[in-house]
Design a protein around this ligand. Structure first.
Ligand code: BES
Ligand code: ZN
Length: 456
């Protein structure tokens, strides 16, 4: 292990240069014009894996290619699958970036670029650890399979098809993912639960065209007002989702979990400051950490209706629409919750407008026991890598493919997040902390012997 850690320290600058090269590709999966950039980015990461001595195969799909790369076979040893994604969120709005999003800028300990933390830097940290093993001739105690896809930010469509078709060759004892966060450099954490998601679009149609609000307003319903009133009824004054049956399958937090969460370093006030809101709001009876990771929510992501241009226009708009997502927690089921929400929307919609509901993407919530031997081994690796004891936490975000790993590979997922709360994932000026990058590689180096011992 000493030579592996020495190699990581000696090559720190080169690893930063690699990340700089990797973020240069504008691999924006949401925008079709970037398909060639995604292909070139996939070629780059494939070549990087081959240069380390991995057996790497890039699989074409109907969408963006999927990379499968393996370390040299160790017979009789367990296999761990490391998942990551080389696609990134759109960089817009460009004017809010302090430097171009696809030209890495280093300031202090941070490397700024779209994709730096979500997710290029996080899975490169694991590859750097593998390089250190292979280049120092230190035998890896287990088999590693890197599965790196290019559609995570748009729902992992190709991987959902790929996974059942390649389940045998992707067989593993556990999945390891670094595509999430940690509270601070002094508080590394193992994430043992993610929220699920269900997306919907709701549209109310009223008059056959926009009408003069002076001539018609008052005698015909206003779809924008009707939509606000309808959506307003979906949440009560105490911050609870007001849909019959919504909380039926929500697993209550155990006393042990609530104690763990209370021990997390973020306070309600530090969380308020991070967000810039004048006051926090959330479901009564729960702390902010509990509300945003272990309780379900009903969110409006976008609202559209009427005139949005300069000045004013006096109309009753012809229609109004809203993009909604519901974040789910164990043991809620996306289909069941969507059905309950649709039923309530239909029951409360007035006869003065026509309601249309369109289903969007969905993903199940995920939870794994934090007390199992693999989770405990991961906590120890994080402590070694960061030099501080590791916490247990839940996360509010979603990685829908994680429940497909459980279904098709029968494998649990260990989430070792390397992204800090101020890394601006999905926002302008995304960054990755280069100390977290190095600590992530050290964690990964320690992880493989610890996981191997725990798996057998
Ligand atoms: N890396 C995130 C998910 C994440 C972030 C999980 C922080 C836990 C903590 C991922 O790239 C993401 O943004 N997922 C989407 C999924 C959606 C598009 C289905 C999300 O959570 O909104
Ligand atoms: Zn993301």
């Amino acid at each position: 292990m000493t030579s592996v850690l020495e190699y990581l320290a000696a090559n720190r600058q080169r690893f930063v240069d690699d990340l700089r090269d990797y973020v240069r590709f504008p691999s924006v999966s949401a925008q079709p014009k970037h398909a060639p950039d995604l292909a070139r980015c996939a070629d780059w990461i494939t070549a990087r894996c081959r240069s380390l001595g991995l057996d790497a195969e890039l699989h074409p799909t109907a969408g963006n290619p999927i990379l499968v790369a393996r370390t040299p076979v160790v017979r009789g040893a367990p296999t761990f699958l490391v998942y990551g994604h080389y696609d990134v969120q759109p960089p817009e709005p460009f004017e809010l970036w302090k430097s171009p999003p696809f030209e890495a800028r280093i300031e202090g300990k941070d490397l700024f670029a779209r994709g730096a933390c979500d997710n290029k830097g996080q899975h490169l940290a694991h590859l750097n650890a593998v390089e250190a093993y292979l280049k120092t001739g230190t035998p890896l105690p287990c088999n590693l399979v890197f599965l790196i896809e290019g559609e995570e930010e748009v729902g992992s469509g190709a991987l959902y098809k790929f996974l059942p078709a390649h389940a045998r060759e992707l067989r593993c004892d556990a999945v390891v993912i670094s595509d999430n966060g940690l509270p601070s450099m002094k508080h590394p954490a193992l994430t043992y639960a993610l929220r699920g998601i269900a997306a919907l679009e709701v549209r109310l149609d009223g008059p056959s065209r926009d009408l003069h609000s002076g001539l018609f307003g008052g005698a015909v319903d206003n779809p924008a007002m009707a939509l606000c009133q309808l959506l307003g009824k979906m949440r009560d004054a105490k911050g609870r989702v007001a849909v019959p049956g919504f909380y039926d399958d929500v697993k209550p937090l155990s006393k042990y979990e609530r104690r763990q969460m209370a021990g997390l370093p973020s306070t309600a006030e530090s969380f308020r400051k991070l967000t810039g809101v004048p006051a926090l709001f959330g479901e009564a009876g729960f702390t902010p950490a509990e509300q945003r990771t272990a309780r379900p929510t009903f969110e409006i992501n976008g609202l559209t209706s009427g005139y949005q241009g300069e000045g004013s226009k006096t109309i009753v708009p012809s229609w109004a629409s809203a993009k909604l997502t519901i974040r789910l927690v164990p043991d809620q089921n996306p289909k069941k919750v969507i059905a309950a929400v649709k039923k309530q929307l239909r029951a409360l919609c007035p006869p003065s407008v026509r309601l249309t509901i369109t289903n969007g993407h969905g993903g199940e919530p995920y939870i794994v026991s934090p007390e199992g031997p693999l989770a405990q081994a991961s906590l120890r690796a994080l402590e070694e890598g960061f030099g501080h004891p590791a916490l247990l936490m839940r996360e509010g975000g979603s990685i829908p493919i994680v429940s497909a790993f459980k279904k098709h590979l029968k494998a649990d997922t260990l989430l070792l997040g390397l992204s800090l709360p101020d890394d601006n994932a999905h926002s302008p000026n995304e960054k990755f902390n280069l100390d977290a990058y190095a600590a992530g590689a050290r964690t990964s180096a320690h992880l493989w012997p610890l996981l191997t011992a725990a798996a057998v």
